[in-house]
Design a protein around this ligand. Structure first.
Ligand code: DGL
Length: 259
């Protein structure tokens, strides 16, 4: 049996969104092996009940751990809000890193700014988000915009299609020219950053939680003596609950996309 530090990091999301986080993880920790699981057969999580999201997240984490994962990244704001605390309590020996809307860096950068937070309905409804907004909203004006259907639309790919920009306009069009920043509080949304900028104006600044999550994973692995010591570049593997011929190709395409 190899050393624990030689194990892989399991990363999951309801679907392609987590790949935006995976990109940050690989950039921060290029020597780690990552296994990404997209639960695209059950996406979107943001429109499910909390009990459903918890059950789905739990079974993914249990499968990763049975396969020997040394750490887990919940690359989904919705699943983090619902299940991170429960999963950490169930597996206290395993680093389980989650993601949250990047309101803290946005508010630090723009202390008196008008900040739009785009996320799923579940993320915006739960206490965890309200506590975050209370703690970091400060002097900012925080406008929370649930975007039902947007993650599901991104799951289908075809990011340049006009209907997608129209959908985004429906959610945030009324704020065109009047906000300073957008927090992409769902890991699917970085893939439509340019479409959101097209609707809101090119001066808007964007914040997402990918880089912060990657730094957090590095800190946790380091603290537990779990950082990979190998010289070679890590492997990145993809799996999906959606067993259609094109799905893993879509994941790889999103992994390589310029955003
Ligand atoms: N990507 C997920 C998030 O960060 C959820 C999208 C969904 O499945 O609704 O919240």
């Amino acid at each position: 049996m190899g050393e624990k530090r030689d194990g892989f990091v399991g990363v999951f999301d309801s679907g392609v969104g987590g790949i935006s986080v995976l990109r940050s993880l690989v950039a921060e920790l290029p020597h780690e092996d990552f296994r990404f699981f997209g639960d695209s057969a059950n996406a979107p999580y943001g429109e499910k009940t909390e009990a459903q999201v918890l059950d789905l997240s739990r079974s993914i984490v249990e499968r990763f751990l049975a396969d020997g994962a040394k750490a887990i990244v919940i690359a989904c704001n919705t699943a983090t809000s619902v299940s991170a605390a429960t999963l950490r309590a169930a597996h206290p020996d395993v680093p389980i890193v989650g993601i949250e809307p990047a309101l803290k860096p946005a508010a630090r950068a723009l202390p008196h700014g008008r900040i739009l937070v785009m996320a799923t309905e579940v993320t915006l409804r739960l206490d965890k988000y309200h506590e975050l907004a209370r703690a970091w909203g400060g002097e900012c004006e925080v406008i929370s915009v649930p975007c039902p259907g947007l993650a599901a639309r991104i799951e289908r790919g075809e990011l340049d299609a006009p209907d997608l920009t129209e959908m985004i306009r429906g959610f945030v069009g009324e704020y065109a020219g009047s906000v300073d920043a957008v927090v992409l509080g769902c890991t699917h949304y970085p893939f439509v950053r340019s479409q959101i900028a097209k609707v809101l104006g090119s001066n808007v600044r964007f914040f997402d939680g990918g880089a912060g999550t990657a730094r957090q994973l590095r800190a946790r692995l380091d603290a537990e003596g779990l950082l990979a010591l190998r010289e070679r570049t890590g492997h990145v593997e993809f799996a999906s609950s959606l067993d259609t011929p094109g799905e893993l190709g879509l994941y790889r395409r999103f992994f390589a996309l310029r955003i």
